[in-house]
Design a protein around this ligand. Structure first.
Ligand SMILES: Cc1cc2nc3c(=O)[nH]c(=O)nc-3n(C[C@H](O)[C@H](O)[C@H](O)COP(=O)(O)OP(=O)(O)OC[C@H]3O[C@@H](n4cnc5c(N)ncnc54)[C@H](O)[C@@H]3O)c2cc1C
Length: 511
């Protein structure tokens, strides 16, 4: 069977769907293909247990670009986000803890228990992180600039900070309380195979402050009904613009005519012709698996092979019969800190040690954890009285020595639970079910190459014009996923930029 489209999109992650929307709104006949039975990629809500709505992978939103939300009218299709406040809660084993949010007076009281000087220090840090995040925000839906152009625009000092410094440099400049330093530095480490001292992690931190989804630079929050509400809204918007979505449709090959992409072949042999192909798959999948071996210049193929893309993130979703009861803030019922990001990050030294254990070939024996409970603020997430605890843990490398096995997956989840139990002893008994996703599981389930949550590190050498661009070396083939500028997180910008490039090329083509 052969059909002809103006564009076919390979993959219905949020970026593929954003691209598909803009192409359809540009008047093109568009088909979006997804290998899984549902759309969403890493931005998805599923029900591993009856009555639960679990954001399988991504769990909070900040960077989803306001322009995309507005132009595609996503609110009309069910997208609604709300800010997470308090923002962070970091318990310590000695019974102290730190709860931070939008209330400056409450922050001051919390920090003064550790170090009065850090009250002003936190304000300085927030202002600086928001300022750097704001610089990154301005570049999100622009074609990638060179480092030189960015230095001219931002000033050499800010460019140096963003490209050369570590997350630890940024936080140490402002605050000195170990638990505060570590809590703030985690934004520079998420999804990244680097410790807090590694040069360039300042960019990762600025990236996590680049969002404005909640109207406040760098604020994070939840999506009503879970993250899948974003991709559901995108799919509905796409269909209402005349687009066609097909699930359980894995693309096996991208078809070429001369040096141009002209369609795809599905795993079941179906051939689909299209004037252009946009790939939401990872750079590795797109360039090294879907294209014929000789389609690429060897230097470009080598660049794809040497792309830093080793996933280190372990996701464990716990179904709880009762909320965690933290020794540092006792109580069986729900309290404000249950709505915050719950960190296990007592000091920079703890984080660095965790990273070094993994860098030496193992896994972090004392992992960095970032935990979220959406159920206290959204009754659709868990059955009445129950709670979803979503845990993001590092560092658990894809390529750990000895590899991964079913037993090692469970051991890793046990380690996460035992780590949490040091702060909330009721936890092991409160767990009724769990879903564990190691980097190889993320690869198998979601198609993330080597389980990397951003389709490749967001570190210097892989940013801006050194990340992949929307236009690829193959004519009529565009990269619309997170491997392209400006990279990972739920942003929509790579999809937006790829659609824009395809539409520009169409208008420039001779008629
Ligand atoms: C565990 C985890 C937690 C995260 N937490 C957050 C968070 O809280 N907030 C945040 O902003 N970001 C988070 N991220 C990162 C973010 O989710 C991703 O960077 C982003 O969703 C990637 O979007 P994408 O559209 O570029 O690609 P993907 O979501 O990877 O989508 C690619 C799609 O293409 C499909 N596909 C691949 N190959 C083919 C093929 N051959 N044929 C057909 N279909 C194909 C895949 O099945 C998939 O649906 C997290 C990621 C993970 C894994």
């Amino acid at each position: 069977m052969s059909a002809r489209y103006d564009a076919v999109v390979v993959g219905c992650g949020h970026n593929g769907l954003v691209a598909a929307n803009y192409l359809a709104r540009g008047g093109l006949r568009v088909l979006a293909l997804e290998r899984r039975e549902i759309v969403g990629g890493a931005c998805v809500t599923e029900s591993p247990w009856r009555g639960w709505r679990v954001s399988t992978a991504a769990y909070v939103v900040s960077l989803l670009h306001p322009r995309i939300v507005e132009e595609l009218d996503l609110a009309r299709f069910g997208y609604a986000a709300y800010r997470k406040d308090p923002a962070s809660f970091t318990p310590l084993e000695d019974g102290r803890s730190l709860l931070l949010g939008s209330d400056a007076q409450s922050n001051a009281r919390e920090i003064a228990r550790f170090d009065r000087d850090d009250v002003a220090g936190l304000e300085r840090f927030e202002a600086e992180a928001q300022r750097l995040g704001g610089l990154v925000y301005q570049t999100l839906i622009e074609p990638p600039a060179s480092r030189e152009a960015l230095a001219e625009r931002w000033g050499v000092g800010d460019a140096c900070t963003i490209f050369e410094e570590s997350a630890a440099d940024l936080v140490r400049r402002c605050v000195r309380t170990p638990v505060l330093q570590a809590t703030l530095a985690t934004d520079g480490l998420i999804g990244t195979f680097a410790g807090p001292l590694e040069r360039g992690t300042a960019y990762v931190l600025a990236h996590h402050y680049a969002g404005r989804a909640h109207g406040v630079q760098g604020a994070w929050g939840f999506v009503r009904g879970g993250m899948g509400a974003i991709t559901r809204a995108l799919a509905l918007a796409f269909r209402s613009a005349g687009g066609e979505v097909r699930t359980q449709a894995e693309v096996e090959r991208i078809l070429l005519e001369g040096e141009r992409a002209c369609g795809v072949v599905l795993r079941d042999g179906t051939e689909i012709r299209a004037a252009r192909v946009l790939s939401n798959a990872t750079p590795h999948r797109t360039f090294l698996e879907l294209l014929p071996g000789d389609a690429l210049d060897p230097a470009f193929a080598e660049r794809v092979r040497s792309w830093r893309c080793e996933g280190v993130s372990l996701k464990v979703n716990f179904a709880l019969g009762e909320p965690p009861d933290f020794t540092a803030r006792r109580g069986r019922g729900l309290q404000p800190h249950h709505r915050a990001t719950i960190h296990v990050a007592p000091s920079l030294a703890y984080l660095q040690r965790g990273y070094e254990e993994a860098a030496a070939g193992g896994i972090s024996r004392a992992p960095m954890l970032e935990c979220f409970m959406q159920s206290p603020t959204d009754a659709t997430i868990a059955p009445p009285g129950k709670h979803l605890l979503s845990v993001f843990a590092q560092w658990f490398p894809y390529g750990r020595e000895g590899g991964w096995s079913a037993a090692r997956r469970e051991e890793a989840a046990d380690l996460v639970l035992a780590t949490l139990a040091r702060y909330a002893p009721n936890l092991p008994a409160a767990v009724e079910a769990r879903q564990v996703l190691t980097p190889p599981d993320l690869e198998a389930l979601l198609g993330l190459h080597h389980g990397h949550i951003f389709h490749g590190e967001l570190l210097p050498g892989q940013l801006f014009d050194q990340r992949f661009a929307a236009r690829t070396p193959v004519g009529s083939l565009y990269l619309c996923g997170s491997g392209a500028h400006p990279g990972g997180c739920v942003i929509g910008a790579p999809g937006y930029l790829a659609a824009r490039a395809a539409i520009e090329d169409l208008s420039a083509a001779p008629r």
